[in-house]
Design a protein around this ligand. Structure first.
Ligand code: ZN
Length: 79
């Protein structure tokens, strides 16, 4: 698709790492499939991937688990 940020580049399939914190729980997602603009570097997440991130995040919000690592290649939480 055409990049809506710079309106110039054509996005290419890529992977990225996403880290964030929610309610005191840290999340690290590795090998997340994204579309990247080669011109401006903007990254786009598909709805499917966003849903998976939300789903995993909500499932992992448990007291005592301070860091969660999820690898999209391995498809499971490894820490
Ligand atoms: Zn762009």
């Amino acid at each position: 698709m055409k990049c809506i940020q710079c309106n110039e580049g054509q996005t290419i399939d890529s992977v990225t790492t996403i880290a964030f914190e929610k309610k005191g729980v840290a999340f690290l997602f590795r090998h997340v499939p994204v579309m990247t603009c080669p011109v401006c570097g903007e990254e786009y997440l598909s709805e499917e991937i966003q849903d998976r991130l939300t789903d995993i995040t909500n499932r992992c919000l448990q007291p005592g688990l301070s860091i969660n690592v999820y690898d999209f290649n391995q498809g499971l939480i490894i820490a």
